[in-house]
Design a protein around this ligand. Structure first.
Ligand SMILES: [Zn+2]
Length: 399
């Protein structure tokens, strides 16, 4: 077999790698399938260590031939002495705000742009609460691809447009969930690369490189627990997959870390399902924190499965607790996280209080992004209704 292919999560049909996120036989979601016999042969600690200081040091575990590099990955892992003492654990912070556009989404965009080049796709389109739009615009700028960003009307869409004059940014009169539906609708009309659509099986693989780096930066001794914020659940499930893959590749020994996540209480369909031990039901997202406002989580069931399988938990954190813990994270570490970092720290404090994480445990908290003051100025943002025809008209493709 080739180094990677696509496999249907439902009927397990395997097909050659192409931009495709739904099985042709049963319409189930597709995931990347790797040639593990090859990986076990070629992936060694020495080979990884000899690789570049970017996520491409793990290229044998990623699903592209092209290797777009605009500086994403190989972010610092730092121990926080003050928070370790305060919480009675050994706490390390994975600083994803050190990526080029200051969030882990640069990893996702890097792999998406690489898959676009592999497949002759010239336009990258994404729906975004802010961070992914920044990352996709940057990856497109670095590769000469066109970028089309769909973001809810408001500060984040204006900020993306201001920071990336080369990208076409649409401020959608609706929520993030509306943007995502619009992206799927446009996917039926255009042969573009859609980060949450036909390129999703590739793009989402970028996130698992955080786990590879955590393992390598701890000299291949996996931590006891890992905690991150959760919105769609994609990051959380990809982190869990990443730890499973480093053990399968023989780079690190089991057990894999127990996986924890924090969700904003006003938008917590995964935490609610975890607490009630049931499947996900979508909610109307109601939170002040744009990057956490996902009511219909695409990877919610996978995230639930990862939390349950590893003995972790997904915990809802109240809005005021998110604000408080974002400030605490900043005051005690010098890091300037976005509010997602506060959601993760709030959930960590609660997990310790409940006895899920015992004293002295080695824990890694993924600080998914840093967000300085929003850029001002005028921008080329275009406001549209969440409707594909409105986008076509604005692009001049529709009479
Ligand atoms: Zn299928």
């Amino acid at each position: 077999m080739s180094a990677y292919s696509l496999r249907c999560r439902v009927c397990e049909e395997v097909t050659v790698a192409e931009p495709l996120d739904a099985c042709r036989r049963c319409d189930g979601p597709t995931d990347m399938l790797y040639d593990w016999a090859r990986i076990e042969r070629v992936v060694t600690r020495a080979a990884v260590a000899a690789g570049p200081a970017s996520l491409w040091r793990y290229h044998d575990l990623l699903p592209t031939g092209a290797q777009v590099d605009f500086g994403a990955g190989w972010t610092p892992l730092v121990r926080s002495d003050l928070l370790s003492d305060a919480l009675g654990i050994e706490l390390h912070l994975k600083l994803e705000g050190e990526n080029p556009t200051q969030s882990y989404k640069d990893r996702v965009a890097t792999v998406a742009a690489s898959a676009a080049l592999d497949n002759g796709v010239t336009t990258l389109c994404c729906s975004s609460t802010g961070n992914l739009g920044d990352a996709v615009a940057a990856a497109a700028a670095a590769t000469g691809l066109e970028a089309i960003v769909l973001a809810p009307v408001g500060g984040e869409s204006a900020a993306v447009a201001a920071r990336h004059p080369g990208a076409r940014v649409f401020a959608v009169n609706g929520t993030y969930d509306d943007c995502r539906r619009l992206e799927l609708e446009l996917g039926l009309l255009f042969p573009w690369g859609f980060v949450s659509g036909n390129l999703h099986p590739y793009a989402s693989e970028g996130a698992k490189t955080i786990s590879f780096e955590i393992a390598e930066q701890l000299d291949w001794e996996l931590p006891d627990a890992v905690i991150c914020p959760a919105a769609s659940g994609t990051l959380f499930s990809k982190l869990a997959q990443g730890f499973a893959e480093v053990t399968r590749a023989g780079l690190a020994a089991e057990p894999v870390p127990r996986m924890f996540a924090g969700q904003a209480l006003g938008s917590s369909p995964i935490a609610d399902a975890f607490a009630d031990d049931r499947r996900i039901s979508r909610v109307e997202a109601s939170t002040l924190f744009a990057s956490l406002a996902v009511g219909d989580p695409s990877h919610g069931d996978l995230a639930l499965g990862a939390a349950r399988a590893t003995g972790g938990a997904i915990i809802a954190v109240a809005e005021d607790e998110i604000v408080k813990h974002t400030a605490l994270l900043s005051e005690s570490t010098g890091v300037t996280p976005d509010f997602s970092g506060g959601a993760a720290l709030g959930a960590l404090v609660e997990a310790i209080r409940r006895g899920h994480i015992s004293p002295g445990s080695r824990v890694v908290l993924v600080v998914t992004g840093a967000r300085p003051a929003v850029a001002g100025g005028t921008s080329r943002v275009t406001t549209v209704e969440p409707d594909a025809h409105a986008v076509l008209t604005a692009l001049g493709l529709h009479s």
